[in-house]
Ligand binder design. Structure first.
Ligand code: G3I
Length: 316
């Protein structure tokens, strides 16, 4: 194989990418997104502030545009996301607890119903934990009186609207074992025991070069042992810029190890990279002085990490 998607498909997995509306108008970016990958996650176009800018008033055109791009390139879609403390519209902040409850359910039902049949998996709840493993006490937590309560309700509501979609909880800093991944594990175990139709856990995987946790595979495996899928959902591996050749080499090692960890787990359906190339990455804007985090450089050329990933996929 010469593409990530062909390499992943040979192992019965997918290789996905985050695509934003800005990429659709960029010929080079959309060529890479349309040829190298077989799964798309909308970068912002399915988030609450975009989809429901006013209470009960839905705007699906940005999300539809991403779905159309994916479909026309034979790619599937991971819906991202339904319930998250961030990128909420202003009107949410003036709701009472019971209004917030019904707003959450109506938002999920409206959005999942619109995209029904077109979404392989939904990140139903995004980033519910603080880094110390406590629940974020956001509007949803407060409205329902607890993390397992609103999360269970959100997943059941999404399932009612599209029973075929895999329903995920997605978070960062849960890739290795530690307080936060233990908290996610306990939540997942509780929800499974309650019969909540949870389908998988998303491990965002925003790594720093040389710091991929050595417990990654074992940690993902314990979630898989609960009967859940475990996906790498937002992979990047950042380094100080300009990138040194040593760090680019380490990145190639890191990314190959991540792919091998996924391939070693039967319930890891695939890996998604966050943004198409180093030129599109969110990293330099959020972590000044860092970048070079993806498999394609600023000119959309494959990097050493691309080659090491292809090798790992070929030996999987
Ligand atoms: O749309 C407005 C535009 O009207 C305005 O002029 C401009 C000025 O700053 O902002 C635009 O909104 C930005 C939006 O991206 C669309 O480009 C927001 O400011 C900016 O905060 C937002 O950033 C996104 C971020 O999530 C929000 O938290 C990033 O693009 C997106 O890559 C990032 O993705 C997240 C995942 O959803 C969850 N996991 C972490 C990941 C990286 O932060």
């Amino acid at each position: 194989p010469t593409t990530l998607r062909a390499g992943a498909e040979a192992d019965s997995r997918y290789f996905g990418v985050a695509v934003g509306q800005q990429d659709l108008g960029n010929g080079t970016a959309s060529n890479v997104a349309g040829s190298q990958f077989d799964m798309v996650t909308p970068q912002n176009e399915m988030k609450w502030d975009t989809v429901e800018p006013n209470n009960g008033q839905f705007n699906f055109s940005p999300g539809d545009a991403i779905v159309n791009f994916a479909t026309s390139h034979n790619e599937r879609v991971r819906g991202h996301n339904l319930v998250w403390h961030s990128q909420l519209p202003g009107w949410m902040s003036s709701l009472s607890g019971s209004q917030a409850k019904s707003a959450m359910e109506a938002h999920i039902t409206g959005e999942v119903s619109h995209f029904k049949g077109k979404i392989y998996a939904w990140d139903v709840v995004n980033e519910p934990f603080n880094d110390d493993g406590s629940f974020r006490q956001d509007v949803f937590y407060n409205a329902f009186g607890g993390g397992a309560q609103y999360i269970g309700d959100a997943i059941r509501t999404a399932h009612a609207a599209d029973p075929a979609a895999k329903l995920y909880i997605n978070d960062y800093n849960i890739e290795g074992q530690g307080a936060k991944s233990d908290a996610m594990y306990n939540l997942a175990k509780t929800l499974v025991a309650q019969g909540v139709p949870l389908g998988g856990i998303g491990f965002e995987s925003h790594f720093i070069v040389g710091q991929v946790p050595s417990s990654l595979q074992a940690n993902m495996q314990r979630f898989a042992a609960l009967g859940l899928d475990v996906a790498i959902t937002e992979l990047d591996d950042r380094m100080p810029t300009p990138a040194s050749s040593g760090n680019l080499q380490q990145q190639a090692t890191d990314d190959a190890n991540i792919v091998k960890a996924c391939l070693a787990i039967a319930q890891c359906p695939g890996i998604t990279q966050w943004n198409i190339s180093d030129a599109d990455s969110w990293i330099p804007g959020t972590f000044p002085g860092y970048g070079a985090a993806t498999l394609f450089d600023n000119n959309y050329q494959p990097k050493s990490a691309f080659n090491s990933v292809m090798t790992a996929l070929s030996s999987g």
